[in-house]
Design a protein around this ligand. Sequence first.
Ligand SMILES: Nc1ncnc2c1ncn2[C@@H]1O[C@H](COP(=O)(O)OP(=O)(O)O)[C@@H](O)[C@H]1O
Ligand SMILES: [Mg+2]
Length: 197
Amino acid sequence: GIDLALRPGAVQGLAGESGSGKSMTAMAVLGLLPAGGTASGSIRLGDEELIGMPSRRYRAVRGRRIGMVFQDPSASLHPQLTVGAQLTDVMRTHLGLSRAQARTRAAELLDRVRVPHPDAALKKFPHQFSGGQRQRVAIAIALACDPEVLLADEPTTALDVTVQAGMLHLLRDLAIERNLAVLLVTHDLGVMSAIAD
Ligand SMILES: Nc1ncnc2c1ncn2[C@@H]1O[C@H](COP(=O)(O)OP(=O)(O)O)[C@@H](O)[C@H]1O
Ligand SMILES: [Mg+2]
C-alpha cells in the first residue's frame, strides 16, 4: 500500500531500495501496469478518478496531463525517428497542432531544456546526442503537452555524475515555473535531499 499526494510547483521525492516498487507506483499512475498487475484504491488527478477509467479516456491523460521521464533515455526514445518527429508527434496527437505550430513549439521546448542549437537538433536522431542531452530531449517530450504532473523515474541514474546535478536543477526549475507536480523517484538519498521539497 502507498499513500502520497503531489502538489503543483513542488518536487515530491519517492525513495526506496531497488525492487521496492517505486517504478510500479509510477506505472500504476500511468495505468501501465504489466499484464496481471492491478491497482486498487484511488488515484486522483484533480477531480478525476484514474482507477477504472476506460482506456480511451486514459490515453487522453497519459502524455497529455501526466508526463513521464524514464531512467534510460536511450531505451525510451525511438532510435529510428528524429527528435523533431518524436516531439511534434505527441503535440499533434494530443493538442491537434499543425506541423508548423508543433515545430515552433518543439524548438522552444528544446531551447528551454537547454539543448544547444534547437533547430538543428530537431533533425537529429537520438544516438547523435550525449546521454545527458538525450535525457533533456526526453524531458522536453514529457513536457510537450504542458502536463500537470511529471513522473521522473530515476531520471539521472544513467547519466555521469557531472551532468546529474544540472538535470536535477532543471527539473526543480521546471516544477516552479510551470506549476508542475513532480514525483522524483530515486534510490539516491543525496539526490533526494538536494532537490525534493
Ligand atoms: N505493489 C506490488 N505488488 C506486487 N508486486 C510488486 C509491487 N511492487 C513491485 N512489485 C514487484 O517488484 C518488482 C520490482 O518493482 P519495481 O517497481 O521495479 O521496483 P523499483 O523501481 O523500486 O526498483 C516488480 O517488477 C514487481 O514484480
Ligand atoms: Mg525502478
